[in-house]
Design a protein around this ligand. Structure first.
Ligand SMILES: CC(C)(COP(=O)(O)OP(=O)(O)OC[C@H]1O[C@@H](n2cnc3c(N)ncnc32)[C@H](O)[C@@H]1OP(=O)(O)O)[C@@H](O)C(=O)NCCC(=O)NCCS
Length: 213
């Protein structure tokens, strides 16, 4: 019998070129657009009516000290953040932004960002309104959002990066159950220049993870 190589594939379904080139779908690689309730907070999406509070919170001296935000922070910056940047962050899969709503008031902003869906790692960040600080609200929000990522969404690790000099945020990290891993030297940028960043994490297998508030 003659050598007929095309018969070797007989009976085997051939992969079509279109199947090989198919773009991987994004389902399961974006954060759900959900409200999250805690004891005292509703973590909800940003709305255009939040723009004045975003301007006030982002213009605050302590927020400006620790977060690399534009100065002056104008209504145009807030509108862009609320209507474009925050929705785009979620749609791209890179993260999600939630408002801390406390008793009907806008009390701050929290987000997940720099998300790696393959490694199942994400990073948390937050700021609170000056009039709502010291009430444990950032801690409550950070605990809830982290628990949501680890327990409901199947993430393995949530990171938090804090300049060592930002004492309030380091307290929030510890109170929210994050573990200090070390200091990344010269790793961050704030308005006054370069800073070290303390690297904290909470991971899925941390003791007490499932019961942690
Ligand atoms: C960091 C921030 C979100 C904390 O918000 P908050 O709602 O006050 O946080 P909580 O009330 O949950 O906890 C704050 C803790 O910091 C402590 N704290 C506040 N200011 C402090 C200071 N200057 N030095 C030491 N501790 C301080 C509070 O006493 C509290 O700890 P305690 O419960 O042990 O008393 C808020 O200060 C903020 O918006 N800062 C500007 C933005 C920012 O730094 N974001 C984080 C970037 S890494």
């Amino acid at each position: 019998m003659r050598w007929r190589p095309w018969l070797l594939n007989k009976g085997r379904p051939r992969r079509s070129a279109s199947a090989v080139r198919r773009v991987p779908h994004r389902r399961g690689r974006t954060f759900p657009d959900l409200d999250i309730r805690t004891d005292r907070l509703l973590l909800r999406e940003l709305r255009e009516t939040d723009v004045p509070e975003v301007v006030a919170g982002a213009s605050d001296e302590v927020t400006q000290r620790w977060l690399p935000l534009p100065w002056p922070y104008t209504e145009q910056h807030a509108t862009l953040f609320v209507t474009r940047l925050a929705p785009a962050l979620r749609v791209s899969g890179h993260g999600v932004v939630r408002v801390l709503e406390y008793d009907g008031y806008f009390a701050g902003v929290i987000d997940l960002k720099r998300t790696d869906w393959t490694a199942r790692v994400t990073e948390i960040g937050y700021w609170s309104m000056p009039g709502f600080r010291g009430l444990g609200l950032a801690t409550e929000a950070a605990s809830a959002l982290t628990r949501w990522a680890l327990e409901d969404l199947g993430f393995e690790r949530v990171e938090l990066r804090v300049p060592p000099g930002n004492l309030a945020s380091n307290r929030v990290a510890v109170k929210s159950g994050f573990v200090l891993e070390g200091v990344a030297r010269n790793a961050g940028q704030v308005r006054t220049g370069r800073v070290d960043l303390a690297i904290y994490s909470r991971i899925r297998s941390d003791p007490g993870q499932s019961g942690m508030r």
